[in-house]
Design a protein around this ligand. Structure first.
Ligand SMILES: Cc1cc2nc3c(=O)[nH]c(=O)nc-3n(C[C@H](O)[C@H](O)[C@H](O)COP(=O)(O)O)c2cc1C
Ligand code: SF4
Length: 587
């Protein structure tokens, strides 16, 4: 379903009521079901879009890097505002959340082409070229069609690899991990992974070997391996670099996983914002099939059959959450599921499925090659091996750093040239904001756990502006299923705005904490469980920022925060019971 709707959107530039009917008839689905998918994803449109759609990243990093001037230049050059399409149907202008180019902000997607380091001058050149009829591809090269997929990707986007570590970005021998895996029994592969201490690199840090063991031991006729290449956490762009420079290693890791859990089918779920990497990944898969590294009888081993399809996403951050990613692969709206059951026992199409991050699969292949002790001996207790950190914001050297776990924030900031950092957001908005007096804290699950995003802010940045932006991000990206997340985050965002305006009173700080706790406790998935983190961690790290903005007043903002009455009203609006009252949730 996703593939069909992506095709319709690309070809007609919108998904019209007639197209919904036609897709429903052709697929045997209900019209309302197709409409549910078409309206869920930001890249599907219910009104005609321009032949060229420019999606400007409006992440806070881009804003601080000059995005407002760039936006105005686009508006001036195309004579439309953001959210509009030119009357001749040539151009649309839209804002979009983080597109994974924070190290080269301000950045934009122009159809499937991406451009970074935007300036007013560059925008004028781009607009002039496009208005004269040039294809967006010609912005990359006049010879675009003759370039290899890798050449195209690397001309569009700089990798910015600042430090190559021992596991992923240094020299990697071809297929050494898969060769080693095939000399072992599947159970031994899993034992090796458990012994290595590898934890998932997508943010939650769950032990990879244990996840594979759950899937391998579940009784089932089919099993699936899914690579999560959705990379939507603002400030994270490490997977972009691995997908560009180590696609074979990632697929090798997926193939090892298939061997370990006895899966025959795999999926790479690639975020819509990385559509420019699709040809590169398709080429990688085709080359591996031709080389006998995918398909039937892999590497000549009879009965070892495994192949992978590529599933594109369509602009929904929540689809990075594995419980939402799976329905998206199934052609449904990306709404997270209540857990348990976990995907490892009941995932794609109801079968045991392991979902792992791009980086996790790459490490897995290296561990099979070099051995579990090699990996275990790097890093620190509870966080072994190396980790890719995506560093962006106020620093001289934004980019990718592969370093053993356990270094301090200071050490990373030194490497990145960020001596005047005043605040660092570790792990993106769902992570932890640390102040300068905490820069001796260590990056790793014993202290600051992270999927890799490290966003640097200097002393000129307004902490409350940053927090308000991230709350607006979560409001925008909530799938809306549970009321505390859908409504509570709006209240939190409004509350932060009132703090910024000096309209809060001292008790409202407690109220921020209470409301945050309610949202965390009653949300169904990780988005709601972490969305108040920008507030909570800045309340801890920068208490004066809040207290300086309050003044004793009659009402303050508290009255706005009656979450229970909000839940009642929203429940009636949604014509269904609130999730927080569902018995399966309270068990
Ligand atoms: C809102 C939300 C967004 C997420 N986005 C991603 C993502 O873009 N990439 C990713 O690998 N994991 C993401 N995750 C974590 C996944 O749910 C899952 O834990 C991960 O893909 C498992 O792989 P790992 O064990 O290798 O980390 C997200 C989680 C949440 C709650
Ligand atoms: S917590 Fe938020 S994103 Fe997650 S299921 Fe509930 S409404 Fe959707």
């Amino acid at each position: 379903m996703m593939d069909i709707l992506i095709d319709v959107q690309d070809r007609f530039r919108w998904i019209s009521p007639a197209a919904l009917e036609a897709v429903a008839a052709a697929t045997g689905q209900s019209r309302i079901g197709v409409e549910g998918v078409a309206t869920f994803y930001a890249f599907f449109s219910q009104e005609p879009k321009g032949r060229v759609t420019i999606r400007l990243c409006d992440d806070i990093i881009d804003r601080f890097a000059g995005m407002p001037e760039v936006a105005k230049a686009f508006e001036d050059e195309l004579s439309i505002k953001f959210g509009e399409t030119t009357p001749d149907g040539a151009f649309s202008l839209e804002y979009t959340p983080c597109i994974g180019l924070c190290d080269q902000a301000p950045a934009a997607m122009i159809n499937d082409i991406v451009v970074g380091h935007l300036t007013v001058t560059k925008v004028r050149e781009i607009a002039a070229a496009l208005k004269s009829g040039a294809r967006p591809e010609s912005l990359v090269s006049d010879r675009f069609d003759h370039l290899s997929p890798h050449e195209r990707a690397s001309r569009m986007v700089h990798n910015n690899i600042r430090h190559a570590g021992a596991s992923l970005l240094g020299p990697v021998p071809k297929e050494a991990g898969l060769t080693a895996a095939l000399s072992q029994r599947p159970v031994q592969i899993i034992t090796d992974l458990i012994g290595s201490g590898l934890r998932g690199c997508g943010g939650a840090g769950y032990p990879t070997g244990k996840k594979w063991r759950s899937a391998a031991t579940a009784v089932a006729e089919r099993r699936f391996v899914i690579c999560n290449a959705d990379e939507g956490e603002p400030g994270t762009f490490k997977d972009r670099v691995l997908l560009t420079e180590r696609p074979d290693l990632m697929v090798e890791g997926m193939t090892i996983a298939a061997r370990a859990i006895d899966a025959r089918e795999g999926i790479i779920y690639l975020r819509g914002e990385y559509a420019y990497l699709k040809p590169l990944l398709l080429e990688t898969l085709a080359e591996r099939r031709a080389a006998g590294l995918l398909g039937r009888g892999i590497m000549g081993v009879e009965g070892f059959d495994f192949d992978i399809r590529l599933q594109m996403g369509a602009g929904a951050y929540i689809c990075g959450e594995e419980g939402a990613l799976i329905p998206s692969c199934e052609g449904l709206p990306g709404e997270p599921k209540t857990r348990p059951p976990f995907p490892a026992t009941r995932g794609y199409l109801g079968y045991p499925t392991i979902v792992n991050n791009v980086e996790t699969f790459c490490h897995a292949a290296r561990i099979l090659d070099r051995g579990p002790e090699w990996f275990f001996n790097m890093g620190v207790e509870r966080s072994h091996g190396t980790k890719l950190f995506s560093v962006s914001g106020d620093c001289l050297n934004p980019g990718i750093y592969e370093l053993p776990f356990g270094l301090t924030v200071w050490e990373l900031l030194d490497m990145a040239g960020a001596e005047d950092a005043a605040a660092v957001l570790v792990g993106g908005p769902s992570g932890t904001m640390v102040a300068r007096d905490m820069f001796n804290r260590r990056l790793g699950y014993g202290d600051l756990g992270t999927g890799g995003a490290v966003i640097v802010f200097n002393g000129n940045r307004n902490i409350l502006e940053i927090v308000e932006y991230y709350m607006s991000f979560f409001v925008h990206e909530s799938c809306g299923y549970c009321t505390p997340c859908r409504v509570g985050n709006v209240f939190l965002q409004q509350a932060v705005a009132k703090f910024r305006q000096g309209l809060a009173n001292p008790e409202d700080i407690d109220y921020l904490r209470d409301l945050s706790a309610t949202i965390i406790e009653t949300s169904r998935c990780g988005l709601g469980m972490t969305s108040p983190n920008p507030i909570l961690s800045t309340l801890d790290s920068f208490p004066l920022v809040y207290s300086a903005m309050v003044k004793p007043s009659e009402g303050g903002i508290r009255a706005t925060f009656d979450i229970q009455s909000a839940i009642d009203g929203a429940r009636k609006l949604a014509k269904r019971r609130s999730h927080i009252f569902d018995s399966d949730f309270t068990q």
